[in-house]
Design a protein around this ligand. Structure first.
Ligand code: FA5
Length: 343
């Protein structure tokens, strides 16, 4: 009887083609209701003599079944792994996919170039706060509460004391103030975003970027500022670049200037971008006002300085011939992909 069962089990295991079917055979033989388990249950009705011989044979059949099921399982597993590898085979000779690498935004490119230039002159690169205190954005820059210069830069307030900075100039004060030793010179630039309630047009935006520059030392004059900015303009735009210094007014510099470069679109003839002047203003600058030097803790009788605030968008527009500042904010990949293709 057990020989017949053994042959049946061997046949079943031989006919199995996959792991699922093998599981089924295991249930049918060794499972709770499986043939071998059922036979084990009949043992209690057998005589002592039968129990010995039948029990031994049944045990051997059980061992044997376990072994052939195990062997078959190993064989089927091997087959499955082989089939999976076959199915997932990679053809290493197929051409790869091209991944588009990220590009620098033109404003980042220009910022990096400005940073490189000033670092090469020994300037440090500082960071400021976009949410700034009234004290630093205005008061310590010689712009008291009722000063009309505030109107020109009116902005977004969080409360009476905090606002989105209207320019990067507060970093001038913070840098001087943070310098514990008020005898060491300062040479720094600070790039960052600024905000104003300006009307958006081809050259103005309500949110734009500036780079502040500050030098404080003994014997610093407007000639140093002029030399630095002329060198900067030539480095950024080529040796033939024309730079114009116009007298201007900022409460925190005296004297003050505004600096223009020849319009890149009309080359100085006059067009809608430069409002027919032939020039585009890129920065405001001047000798740091003695009141500002003093408020930040330096002695204005010994130390002088120059400072400038450069519009990064304006530099990018001049450099790349961009005729509308709004192109820089629209996230139009067709436009952005023209700059510095990095692969
Ligand atoms: C200032 O912001 C002064 N803080 C600059 C300064 C710094 C003067 C240090 C003296 C010493 P002004 O408002 O002119 O100045 O702005 C400086 C530059 O920012 C401008 O020349 C222009 O390039 C850019 N700019 C100003 N307003 C806008 C705007 N709405 N959109 C884009 N760029 C602007």
């Amino acid at each position: 009887m057990l020989d017949k069962l053994k042959l049946e089990i061997i046949d079943k295991v031989n006919d199995v083609n996959n792991l699922e079917e093998l599981k089924q055979v295991k249930v049918e033989t060794l499972g709770k209701k499986g043939a071998i388990t059922q036979l084990t249950k009949t043992m209690k009705d057998k005589s002592e003599e039968e129990k010995k011989t039948f029990g031994k044979q049944l045990h051997e059949l059980k061992e044997y079944t376990n072994i052939i099921l195990d062997q078959k399982e190993k064989f089927l597993l091997k087959q499955k792994i082989k089939a999976d590898i076959e199915a997932e085979k990679i053809d290493i000779f197929l051409p790869g996919y091209e991944f588009a690498a990220g590009l620098y935004h033109p404003l980042t490119l220009v910022t990096k170039e400005i940073e490189d230039f000033f670092s090469s002159l020994g300037y440090s690169i500082n960071e400021g706060n976009e949410v700034e205190e009234d004290k630093y954005n205005f008061e310590m820059l010689n712009i008291p509460k009722d000063h009309p210069a505030r109107d020109m830069q009116d902005t977004f307030y969080f409360n009476a004391e905090e606002l989105l900075r209207t320019h990067t100039s507060p970093v001038q004060v913070r840098t001087m103030e943070n310098n514990d030793d008020k005898t060491t010179p300062v040479r720094m630039i600070c790039p960052g975003k600024v905000y104003r309630r300006d009307e958006d047009d081809a050259t103005h935006s309500h949110q734009f970027m500036q780079v502040e520059g500050l030098v404080v030392d003994k014997n610093i004059s407007l000639a140093d500022l002029k030399g630095t900015l002329e060198l900067f303009a030539k480095k950024m735009f080529g040796d033939n670049t024309k730079v114009r210094f116009r007298p201007s007014y900022f409460p925190f510099t005296e004297p003050s200037v505004e600096v223009d470069l020849t319009c890149h679109i009309c080359k100085g003839k006059g067009c809608s971008v430069c409002k027919n002047t032939g020039w585009i203003e890129i920065l405001g600058a001047g000798q740091v006002h003695p009141n500002v030097i003093e408020a930040a803790g330096y002695d204005p009788n010994i130390y002088q300085g120059f400072a400038f605030g450069l519009g990064i968008e304006r530099v990018a527009m001049l450099k790349y011939g961009i005729d509308d500042i709004r192109h820089l904010y629209n996230n139009n990949l067709g436009f952005l992909n023209q700059f510095n293709k990095v692969k």
